[in-house]
Design a protein around this ligand. Structure first.
Ligand code: SF4
Length: 275
């Protein structure tokens, strides 16, 4: 069993590796049903990942392997700090007044919040009890695992749709696209607010047909409040190097303003509210 640790405020761009070496493999995780403990990477206190000013908790564990991931040190549970959910809630409580005043709240990101479902649900429920708006950022790949109880403590889903083309999705993430689309349709059916996020990577996801496919899929969904185009950056490149991972995007440039504008316009032309 991992030693219980303390999570200090930091940045998603700080490298964290091998902190809980005896943690289970993320693909084999069998959580304690109450989610009292789990693995967290870091947290930030002044973020815009969602409406208003947010605290963002980054949790460890992800089953995807995105070629452009800027946080590969969140892939494995063992790279996170083993903490009590109550510790995260208590720390959040210190910011609760300011977050409420600034129309913000808590966003849980990662990694993938749905890997540690009971743990993240418990923290989201704690945030709701503090009167805070709650969100998760997710690939949706494990969306079938989310039950109504989880959805009831969630005000917003930041849903990363990485591609509309199954082959591109598989090439970029190592996993299948269908579960993400299924989850998006389920959220649309119940009217759960969603911000779709699309990472624009030159030469990888920028094909106009790829963008068009996401735009056409999302446009009819009344629950999608925003489509956010997120330009690829190289801030995570040093982590791939430090972890001796095979980083294929060394030579990939950040998207030009013209490319970003073209992409946003594609979403708008399809009827999406995009930025
Ligand atoms: S889903 Fe997110 S955390 Fe997981 S590999 Fe992709 S970019 Fe990284």
């Amino acid at each position: 069993m991992s030693q219980l640790g303390h999570l200090e405020a930091g940045s998603r761009h700080d490298l964290h590796v091998g902190i809980s070496p005896d943690a289970p493999d993320e693909s084999q995780l069998r959580e304690e049903a109450d989610g009292a403990y789990g693995y967290a990477h870091s947290y930030e206190t002044a973020s815009r990942d969602g409406p208003g000013l947010r605290v963002v908790l980054f949790v460890s564990g992800c089953l995807l392997r995105c070629s452009y991931c800027h946080n590969p040190d969140t892939w494995h549970l063992k790279d996170g700090t083993y903490i009590a959910a109550q510790e995260a809630i208590d720390r959040l409580g210190k910011f609760a007044g300011a977050l409420r005043a600034l129309d913000g709240g808590l966003t849980i990101s990662g990694g993938e919040p749905m890997v540690q479902l009971a743990f993240t649900r418990r923290i989201l429920a704690g945030a709701k009890a503090l009167g805070l708006h709650t969100a998760i950022e997710t690939s949706g790949y494990l969306g079938d695992r989310i039950d109504d109880k989880y959805l009831s403590v969630l005000d917003l889903v930041l849903l990363d749709i990485k591609s509309s083309d199954p082959d591109t999705y598989r090439a970029v993430t190592g996993r299948e696209l269908a579960p993400t689309l299924r989850f998006a349709e389920r959220l649309a059916a119940i009217g759960k607010p969603v911000w779709v996020r699309f990472t624009l990577v030159p030469g990888v996801t920028d094909d106009p047909a790829n963008v068009e496919g996401i735009a056409r899929f999302v446009a009819p969904m009344k629950n999608v409040e925003w489509v956010e185009v997120q330009p690829f950056h190289q801030l995570g490149a040093f982590k791939w190097k430090a972890m001796k991972l095979d980083y294929k995007l060394v030579e990939t440039a950040t998207p030009t303003p013209d490319l970003i504008e073209r992409c946003i316009e594609q979403f708008r032309a399809a009827g999406c509210r995009a930025r």
